[in-house]
Design a protein around this ligand. Structure first.
Ligand code: B16
Ligand code: MG
Length: 230
């Protein structure tokens, strides 16, 4: 039987990818944008605080930064400040190019496509379309689930459930790749198989974990989940 049909016989039929930290590293650009705003506002902000924003929505991120600074602001003020950060961030996305895939990510997308798997994005970002466009990666995704698709952000499973439904697959037919603690929580709550990218203190609760995308190849994942691909 041609390889391309094999995947359709097994239980795993689709892959859902987080964006930042899995497909590309926008975390640095998020950090720089938050840092610029923090300097303008004379807020305390550093890379340790930034690490707490990984996989967290924009509005939840600004709440974390405000807590860190012991400040209280109205919801309208927070929306305005988050919009300022977003302007800086979106401008900085212009510098992303097809050279900015995390090592291994593009190869994995190509492999999955050639094997006939369905592919979706499951990101908290409301800017995912621009990031994927800059990477020239839109063609690999059958469905885009992102911060514009659902109201509840990770650790709620909504964005992954949205992506699976649009792919016409059940959660147990999909593997989710995630680099954030809240993202793995979201995928597990939704009933998905999970691949964590990063250290065990962050994503050790995933079914399978790799330090980097370069290690998280199709072959490694297939050999771990074994029967689900038969
Ligand atoms: P935006 P992911 C997340 O991306 C980032 O990790 C997180 O730092 C960011 O706050 C969030 O997207 C929202 O992004 O401001 O562009 O809507 O990992 O879920 O792909
Ligand atoms: Mg992420």
């Amino acid at each position: 039987m041609p390889k391309i049909f094999e995947a359709r016989l097994g239980m795993i039929k689709g892959f859902i990818f987080d964006l930042d930290g899995v497909i590309t590293d926008t975390a640095e650009l998020h950090y720089l944008a938050w840092n610029t705003l923090a300097e303008q506002m004379s807020w305390k902000f550093d890379r340790t605080v930034n690490e707490r924003l990984r996989g967290v929505s924009r509005m939840d991120s600004i709440r974390i930064i405000q807590q860190h600074n012991n400040t209280e602001r109205t919801e309208d003020e927070l929306i305005e400040l988050a919009a300022l950060k977003n302007e800086i961030y979106v401008d900085s996305l212009d510098q992303i190019s097809p050279n900015d895939f995390l090592p291994g990510a593009l190869e994995l997308l190509k492999k999955l496509k050639s094997q006939g798997f369905k592919i979706a994005l499951g990101s908290a970002s409301k800017n995912s379309q621009k990031v994927l466009r800059q990477l020239n990666a839109l063609e690999y995704f059958d469905v885009i689930g992102d911060g514009n698709s659902v109201a509840k952000s990770k650790p709620a499973p909504d964005v992954f459930l949205f992506a699976a439904e649009k792919l016409k697959l059940k959660p147990e037919e999909c593997v989710v790749y995630e680099d954030a603690e809240a993202g793995v929580d979201a995928a597990k709550t939704g009933g998905f198989y999970t691949v964590g990218i990063g250290p065990s203190n962050r994503v050790g609760h995933a079914d399978l974990r790799f330090e980097s995308m370069g290690e998280a190849t199709f072959e490694s994942v297939k050999s771990f989940f074994d029967d689900l691909f038969l």
